[in-house]
Write a protein that binds this ligand. Sequence first.
Ligand code: NAD
Length: 370
Amino acid sequence: MATQKLLLLPGDGIGPEVMAEVSRLIDWMNQNGLGNFETETDLVGGSCYDAHQQAITDATMDKAKAADAVILAAVGGPKWDKVPFEARPEAGLLRLRKDLGLFANLRPAICYPALAEASSLKREVVDGLDIMIVRELTGGVYFGEPKTITDLGNGQKRAIDTQVYDTYEIERIGRVAFEMARKRRNKVTSMEKRNVMKTGILWNEVVTRVHAAEFKDVTLEHQLADSGGMQLVRWPKQFDVIVTDNLFGDVLSDIAAMLTGSLGMLPSASLGETDPKTKKRKAMYEPVHGSAPDIAGKGLANPIAMIASFAMALRYSFDMGKEADMIEQAIAAVLDKGLRTADIKSEGTRVVNTQQMGEAIVAEVAALAG
Ligand code: NAD
């Protein structure tokens, strides 16, 4: 089995606590022949600022570039509120995303049956939900120029943001979505606003062309992003993979996230280009939640989002779909047995701490692996 090189960046707050549970799982997989991971751990965010007066060092960036995948927990906290802007903890995250060229953000919305009551929607709408939002992350209206506020001199100001997309940006995010669908239920829904936006017309045209030329085996549907948002809360199970631009993706992925309940449950992945020589893709996997300083150091953190992020690394960086499935099934089994961290507790369940939850998931993986 080839060696898989992982750079672990625990970061700040609850970061090291939840990362410890991923390390526990990695150790178990290495010892039991389910993986051959070589890990290195380094600093990012506030903890890096304390040691080096910057949010990430060049040496760590070199390690991130050399790794097969970066697994990051979370950065930030009140301790670093007053550090210079360029050295704030989030600057470490932004540099990782930018320098690794991570243009595709993947956010699954999975609703474990045992947690369906925690959703604001009816059980039958979300029970067993499993969809994936693929959001373009480095282009569109958040980066387009001009981006200005001008004083018009008559008591009025004018603000301008510019939505820009080039063909290649749409092609590459489209390919990520279609490839993803092939590993899932083989359906992509592309969302834009071609009725009112030029970028929407180009988006629709390019996605349609890429599909016809390279992914005929995948079902493609188009929806206007506003009605897509409505469909997401009406009957989300109609979707498999949704691909959309940076702005619509920001909004739609937050809506999808809330279908499933708690912040402590949500993983994510950010992917870059595939290297034509090595066939490997730069990638970073991280939970959606932050460093939760309010509960740090108390054993209260839910490690599931972090562990599910590692499962995404197995599926999308290492083609280890079977092992990823096993981890996701183990999470579902532990929840079915009524084990809960404090953030997802409900009547009749047993509250456990971070480490106990991690241990229970490893025990379930062991049982599933037979
Ligand atoms: P947060 O996600 O850290 O916490 C929001 C709430 O959810 C808190 O009550 C927290 O206790 C709870 N929570 C979060 N993750 C949890 C988990 N795994 N288990 C149980 N409960 C959990 O967001 P925030 O409070 O707005 O931000 C705190 C710090 O994190 C800030 O410095 C912020 O800048 C940073 N942040 C970092 C990232 C990142 O690293 N990607 C993302 C968001 C916020």
